[in-house]
Every structure is written in C-alpha cells, then in structure tokens.
Ligand binder design. Structure first.
Ligand SMILES: Cc1ncc(COP(=O)(O)O)c(C=O)c1O
Length: 394
C-alpha cells in the first residue's frame, strides 16, 4: 500500500489555485483525467446512441464503459447501474416506482441522521399513499445511529428502510449490513445513501446487502452525475413512468431522456483515476480500486486524527459528537460566533469550509442548528490542517 501525496495532488489541476479545500463533502475537485475525458468526448464525433453509424456506436460504448466503471467502484453488476443527474433525482425516481406498490398502513423507515435526499423522497412518497413513516433516531450524545434504532421500528408492515452509509455531517457509519439484513428479514427493501461513504471507503454493495445503493460522482473526483445501483432483477421488478418508445430493458428503463455522454466519459475517467491512487496496486480495476481506496482511507484517517485533536485543543471550539471509525468529516462550532461567520472568516483566508446544515436537516434540527463542517479528501495535507487550526486559533 502506497500513498504518494505529491503525485496524487498533481492529478488535481485546480489545486494550483492555492485554496485549502475542506469542502470535499460538498463536492471534490475534479481530477485532471476527468476534465480531459469530458473535453475529448465533447470534441469527438459522438452521436446519439445507435448501432447503425460509428459515432452513435461510440455513445453506446461510452455508456457501457461508465456502467462497468461504477460497477467496479462499488462491486456491482454493470447491468444494475442506473445513471441520473443527481442522487436526489435518482432517489425520487426510485421512491415513485417503489411506492406505487405500497398500500395504506404499510411502513417506511428513515433516519434522522441522513441527508434529506434519503429522507424526504420517502416521507413524501409515504404520505401520498397513506403509508406510515417510522423514524430511526440517532444518539445525540454520541452521534451514533445504532442498529437497535432500526430494530425498534422495523416490523411486518415495513416496505422500505432508508439509511446512510455515512453521515455527511459527522461521518458516522451505521452498521448498514446488519440494518439491511434486518430489513430483508422483515420482507422490506433497503435503500442506502452512499454519497458520502463512496468518496472515502472501499465499497462492496454485496457485502453491505443493500438492495439499492446511490452515489454521486462529484463527491469522488468526477463530474456532476450520479448512479443508483441494484441487482438487475430488482430493477426489473419495478415499473417507472416512462415514454412509450424509450427502452423497456433494464437498466435503461430508469434513465429518462438522453444521457450526458461527456459526463459519463468523465465518470469512467474518475474511477480509473481512483484505481491509480495507490501506485503499487495491481490486478483488475476492481482490485486496484479496493487497494487504492484503502490506502486513501488510511491516509486521511491519520490526517483526520490530527485535525480533530487540534480542533479539540482550541479554546472555544466544540466538536459535534461522532463515534470513532467514521469518515473524515467533522462538524464544530466556535463559542460566541455564528457558523456562517466562522466559515466566512476562514473563507477570507482561502480556507474552504461549509456552514449550515448541509441538508442533514433532521440531524441539525435536533442538535442546536448550524455548524461548520471540515471534510477531508485524499488531496489534503498536514499543512492544510495546520492552516485551518492556525486560522481558528487566531
Ligand atoms: C450524504 C449525501 N446524500 C445525498 C446527497 C445529495 O446528492 P446529490 O447532490 O447528488 O443529489 C448529498 C449531497 O451533499 C450527500 O452529502
């Protein structure tokens, strides 16, 4: 396992602008090969998908390559990868298709730790059909979202359990495999928000036992495009509203209108880039992705310990509680200063942090409102951490 930070940083042209980026949870910088692939696709003769002329075949090849790439990233079947404009849009699509089979009195489980993108689509779908929403509560003292919180509310009428693989506010990683198993034992499906987690961890959707897993490429060095992954047979069991002449086969049945071929080329380039983070990784792209994501995780883990230790040592800075072993994302508040003001103060020094609720709406409603978020990505350095700590101390 090798993580050569200078080589890794060299792959992100935007780092040359000199900003210190602790805003990866809101969207990372794009890797150079990604923007190259997008530009090359836009410059090339790429038609709409068809097999009867070469530029049309090229479009089909771009889509197939992107499905294979996402499949390698998360350990899925390429035929189970559905693309959409965002995780939010995809979750709405799936919630509409799934809830068409729900009946009044059926139950849906959502958590108060999740980003609202994995809450509201389910709550609104439930309300439309008269299904009951049951809430899995996190522990505000520890920031954990324990399995028991789901065990308590999953029952014989549960149709869907929505849970995050990692909190975008405090990094907590619930035990998704056990929660998905609880859902399955109750005859329910699980929908896992992997938007935050995929950026930081090796992902294996089969080991997670997730029926659906959604991820957004702009959180892992790619373009603004998302994918939802499920077994082809799971997709095949659902019938979304769609145009009559558009393909009825899976996964195309869930992709509406013409896909963005240039962004899909960027998605493939992003996965290839991630696979190369560990220069010593060998084997298939899937194997290299797993090795590289492990190396990146170890690298940011050490940096994160430095960041959180440093934050704790600053007078007046309070960290929102989070269990150990999460993703490298922390939320904090500075005594006597609004979160927005802290973030502006840091922004004035070219240090990029987010302030607010970052759409972890239910979580912040229960934990005292807005905070500041510093999220590490694998291009951050010890020097970045020192700059943030020094700016906060001053
Ligand atoms: C954990 C999590 N889930 C979902 C989303 C929504 O993703 P998208 O912007 O692709 O809809 C975000 C975006 O910040 C997120 O952090």
């Amino acid at each position: 396992m090798a993580f050569e930070i200078d080589r890794v940083r060299g792959a992100y042209p935007a780092l040359a602008e000199g900003y210190v980026h602790f805003d990866g949870a809101a969207g990372t910088l794009v890797a150079g090969p990604v923007s190259d692939a997008i530009a090359a696709t836009l410059r090339a003769a790429v038609g709409n998908r068809t097999t009867v002329f070469a530029p049309g075949r090229r479009a089909g090849e771009i889509v197939a390559a992107a499905r294979a790439a996402v499949a390698d990233l998360v350990g899925a079947a390429p035929e189970g990868v559905v693309f959409g404009s965002s995780a939010t849009a995809l979750t709405y699509t799936v919630s509409r298709a799934l809830s068409a089979t729900w009946r009044p009195g059926d139950e849906v489980v959502v958590s108060r730790l999740d980003h609202d993108a994995n809450v509201r689509p389910w709550v609104q779908a439930a309300e439309r059909v008269g299904a009951v929403v049951r809430w899995a509560e996190f522990d505000p003292e520890t920031g954990a979202l324990p399995t028991e919180a789901f065990d308590r509310v999953i029952g014989p009428r549960t149709r869907l359990v929505a849970v995050t693989a990692a909190s975008n506010a405090i990094g907590t990683r619930p035990d998704v495999a056990t929660i998905a198993a609880l859902a399955r034992a109750a005859g329910a499906l699980s929908y896992v928000d992997g938007v935050h987690a995929t950026a930081h961890l090796p992902t294996d959707v089969v080991a997670l036992g997730a029926d659906f897993y959604v991820t957004s490429a702009y959180k892992w060095s790619g373009p603004h495009l998302a994918a939802c992954v499920a077994a082809p047979s799971t997709w095949d069991s659902l019938r979304p509203d769609k145009l009559v002449p558009s393909p009825d086969a899976v996964p195309e049945r869930f992709e509406f209108g013409t896909l963005s071929f240039e962004l899909l080329a960027g998605v493939t380039a992003a996965v290839d880039h991630l696979a190369g983070l560990d220069a010593t990784a060998a084997g298939t792209r899937r194997e290299r992705v797993l090795a590289s994501m492990s190396a990146a995780h170890a690298y940011t883990g050490d940096l994160f310990a430095r960041l959180t230790d440093g934050l704790r040592a600053i007078d007046g800075v309070t960290l929102l509680p989070a269990p150990k072993g999460g993703c490298p994302t922390v939320s904090f508040r500075v005594a006597g200063e609004a979160a927005e003001r802290t973030a502006t103060r840091l922004g004035d020094r070219d240090i990029c942090v987010f302030a607010g609720d970052y759409y972890a709406y239910e979580y912040f409603r229960r934990t005292g409102g807005p905070a500041v978020r510093a999220s590490l990505y694998h291009y951050n350095t010890a020097d970045d951490v020192e700059r943030l700590l020094a700016a906060l101390s001053s």
